[in-house]
Write a protein that binds this ligand. Structure first.
Ligand SMILES: *[C@@H]1O[C@H](CO)[C@@H](O)[C@H](O)[C@H]1NC(C)=O
Ligand SMILES: *[C@@H]1O[C@H](CO)[C@@H](O)[C@H](O)[C@H]1NC(C)=O
Ligand SMILES: *[C@@H]1O[C@H](CO)[C@@H](O)[C@H](O)[C@H]1NC(C)=O
Length: 368
């Protein structure tokens, strides 16, 4: 046996030993929110994915059996579901952009990686905002006539609307968006029967509660919008309809709910109950969580925490984005970077804008 053969043998031995030494890794379950990443591409370019001639819905990792079935039944809804999940994920990243956990996604069907398998406050927020995103996009798609099974909102005229104003026009169909999302997002939690009072059942109830809180946040922020008609803006006619709020407002509301989230536990009767009795019982609009968050300061591959090393921090801020808190007291590195910006812009008649490029040197601080 030559040197190469010996090396191969040794390597094989090492690999076998390594395999024996690693404890069985629990396979992570994919998330339906993958519709907002992979699924989004599938629905944008169905031609590419149809080549395999497998039905589209079975090609998206992360859907539960019930969700795959609903996907097949409501194929025309899936673009909206994907867009909704994506909107939710982006809003999550905006709301948490200055925090230790910043809602970053990973490149697989779990979407957020192992860290959200922990039933934490952050997991609560992620479920709520994704569910809200879907209500939002499906309600709007109904109004825009993109879905075969719904149209304008059936909402009744609000009692306190000015008598002279007309309740008309085509409103966002939040009623349908709510119902559809409830069916689609919650089905994966409802299709499994866990032992009553077990941690798995706890997680199931936690997800259901937070999904609902997300949907309700959209409803809570939905409003009545009115428009003037009439010759040259005389406003002789006013029509009103139901309209979704900009999604940022839903994100802000859920962020408040995140800050005030309630820690709960699963009891032997298989119900969630408040862990510390001095706190109020959460309503259906509040977020709930079962476990404390992991340490987001340091990288820990076991729990999936990325840590905050190399994150940009604000030296003069005392808040979460400040170098003190974001870097968890480890300190920070500073460097000077050149920024190129458009400046001294002049408007030329007619019609273009001419700018110069200015260079500015700024201090950039990143966590150690
Ligand atoms: C990672 O987190 C787990 C669970 O909190 C902890 O037991 C472990 O010590 C951590 N590992 C490192 C390297 O910090
Ligand atoms: C979020 O944090 C991770 C890990 O620290 C970092 O790689 C990523 O760039 C951050 N994302 C944003 C949008 O700041
Ligand atoms: C840094 O924080 C200070 C104080 O909170 C704030 O006034 C400033 O705008 C922040 N700078 C950046 C770049 O966000």
């Amino acid at each position: 046996m030559g040197v190469v053969g010996l090396l191969n043998l040794l390597l094989t031995a090492v690999v076998v030993l390594l395999c024996l030494a690693t404890p069985a890794v629990t396979r992570l379950v994919g998330s339906w929110m993958n519709l907002g990443l992979q699924g989004y591409e599938v629905w944008r370019n169905p031609q590419i994915y149809l080549i395999g001639a497998q039905p589209l819905c079975t090609q998206i990792a992360g859907l539960s059996p019930g969700q795959t079935k609903l996907c097949q039944l409501y194929q025309d809804h899936m673009g909206s579901v994907g867009r909704g999940a994506k909107t939710g994920i982006h809003e999550c990243q905006w709301q948490f952009r200055h925090r230790r956990w910043n809602c970053s996604t990973v490149d697989d069907s779990t979407v957020f990686g192992p860290v959200l398998q922990i039933p934490s406050r952050e997991a609560a927020f992620a479920h709520a905002i994704a569910s809200a995103g879907v209500v939002n996009s499906v309600s709007r798609a109904c109004r825009d006539g993109q879905l075969s099974t719904c149209g304008c909102s059936p909402a009744r005229r609000p009692k306190d609307l000015n008598k002279e104003w007309i309740w008309g026009g085509c409103g966002d169909n939040v009623e349908y968006g709510y119902k559809f999302t409830q069916g689609f997002v919650d089905v994966r939690e409802r299709e499994k029967n866990y032992k009553r009072g077990s941690p798995k059942q706890g997680r199931q109830l936690m997800n259901l509660h937070n999904n609902e809180a997300g949907r309700r946040a959209v409803i809570r922020r939905t409003r009545v919008n009115c428009k003037c008609h009439g010759v040259s803006g005389s406003c002789s006619l006013i029509t009103c309809w139901q309209q979704l709020a900009p999604f940022r407002e839903v994100g802000d509301l859920l962020k408040d709910k995140y800050d005030g989230a309630t820690e709960v536990k699963i009891n032997r009767r298989g119900k969630l109950q408040v862990k510390h009795p001095q706190f109020n019982v959460p309503t259906a609009e509040d977020l709930v969580y079962l476990d404390e968050s992991p340490d987001y300061c340091r990288r820990n591959n076991t729990v999936g925490s990325l840590g905050t090393q190399d994150r940009i921090c604000n030296k003069s801020s005392q808040g979460m984005d400040g170098c003190g808190l974001l870097c968890c007291g480890r300190g920070y590195n500073s460097q000077k970077v050149k920024l190129h910006e458009r400046c001294h812009c002049k408007f030329h008649w007619c019609c273009y804008v001419e700018c110069k490029t200015c260079t500015r040197i700024v201090d950039l601080h990143t966590c150690k």
